[in-house]
Design a protein around this ligand. Structure first.
Ligand SMILES: NC(=O)c1ccc[n+]([C@@H]2O[C@H](COP(=O)([O-])OP(=O)(O)OC[C@H]3O[C@@H](n4cnc5c(N)ncnc54)[C@H](OP(=O)(O)O)[C@@H]3O)[C@@H](O)[C@H]2O)c1
Length: 279
């Protein structure tokens, strides 16, 4: 039985993908930040898919220590990992510094994902045809290496663009030297709650666009499933997918040493959270 580990699967694209994989006979482990939502998601997905191979780990992934613990909990209960879907996100439009000292969007969207990749690297390596999909949006803003916490002119869109830029650049660097396929996935506009708290007039625009061209979470999960099959069949890595097809990488603003600089920064920032937790 194949095993998937999906972050942010108590709602939206993550939950719909968990449902799709369960109905295809997979075992699925999800992460959510809210215990009650985790429990109700497990109960609901067991009932609708008639597959009881689903469990949840509660973790707030904007806290690296919790992302590390959640990875260790997964490793304690699972000997293989076929598919890691790095999907969780919530756009913080107010500037928040986490208890660990990171800007919240950067911690959730980028640092916890990089940490989970490192923690789960070994089990992925030993599982044939395993791969990682990092879910992102199209917008990118080059990281200001001298102002990681966005002390200057913070906006939620800038914070979102920065972590998505980092995930883009990390994917290129990781794929250049590693054996585990890591690909980016852009779902398109999907009717979920994620953009519901955008400041106006963006909120009204998103509502209109969702009505006109937004796709359902069920359609989105079908797209993810197609992409997963394409990645395994064609052994793709370091590629970018949108909807159900591969597309070219979006243009990102990059200075010559950015890839290496981001890599070194990431190693330094996640290192304190790599210890193994005995749970
Ligand atoms: N929807 C779109 O049009 C669209 C477009 C481009 C990219 N994306 C990307 O697609 C991914 C999925 O988004 P979605 O639209 O499905 O959003 P969603 O419906 O809001 O689902 C997000 C999931 O992430 C979880 N989550 C949020 N913050 C978390 C945290 N700190 N720790 C752990 N889990 C957390 C949420 O938990 P709760 O249930 O507790 O909120 C929820 O399960 C995101 O990475 C998003 O940026 C979406």
């Amino acid at each position: 039985m194949k095993t998937a580990f999906i972050t942010g699967a108590t709602d939206g694209i993550g939950k719909a993908t968990a449902r799709k994989l369960l109905s295809e006979g997979w075992k699925v482990v999800i992460i959510g930040r809210n215990p009650a939502r985790c429990e109700s998601t497990v109960t609901e997905l067991k009932a609708v898919t008639r597959n009881s191979e689903i469990s949840a780990i509660v973790a707030d992934l904007s806290i690296l220590n919790e992302a590390g613990k959640a990875s260790d909990k997964f490793l304690q209960g699972n000997k293989s990992l076929d598919f890691l879907m790095l999907n969780a996100n919530a756009i913080a439009n107010d500037r928040t510094i986490t208890t660990e000292g990171f800007e919240q969007n950067f911690a959730l969207g980028y640092l916890s994902r990089a940490l989970m990749i490192k923690k789960l690297e070994d089990v992925l390596k030993t599982t044939p045809d395993s791969h990682i999909l990092a879910v992102v949006g199209l917008d990118t803003v080059r990281l200001d290496f001298d102002d990681l916490a966005i002390n200057n002119n913070f906006t939620g869109r800038k914070a979102l663009g920065r972590w998505q830029w980092s995930m883009n650049v990390f994917t290129r660097e990781f794929s250049s030297g590693k054996t585990i396929p890591l690909n980016l996935y852009m779902p398109g506009l999907v009717k979920t709650k994620i953009l519901a708290n955008e400041p106006q007039p963006m909120r009204a625009f998103v509502k209109l666009m969702n009505y006109l061209v937004g796709i359902s979470v069920e359609q989105s999960a079908e797209n993810v499933f197609n992409v997963m099959n394409d990645i395994v069949a064609n052994k793709r890595s370091g590629a970018c997918y949108s909807w159900k097809k591969e597309r070219s990488f979006p243009k990102v603003e990059m200075k010559p040493d950015d890839q290496k600089r981001l890599w070194d920064l990431t190693e330094r920032l996640v290192k304190p959270y790599l210890q193994v937790h005995r749970l």
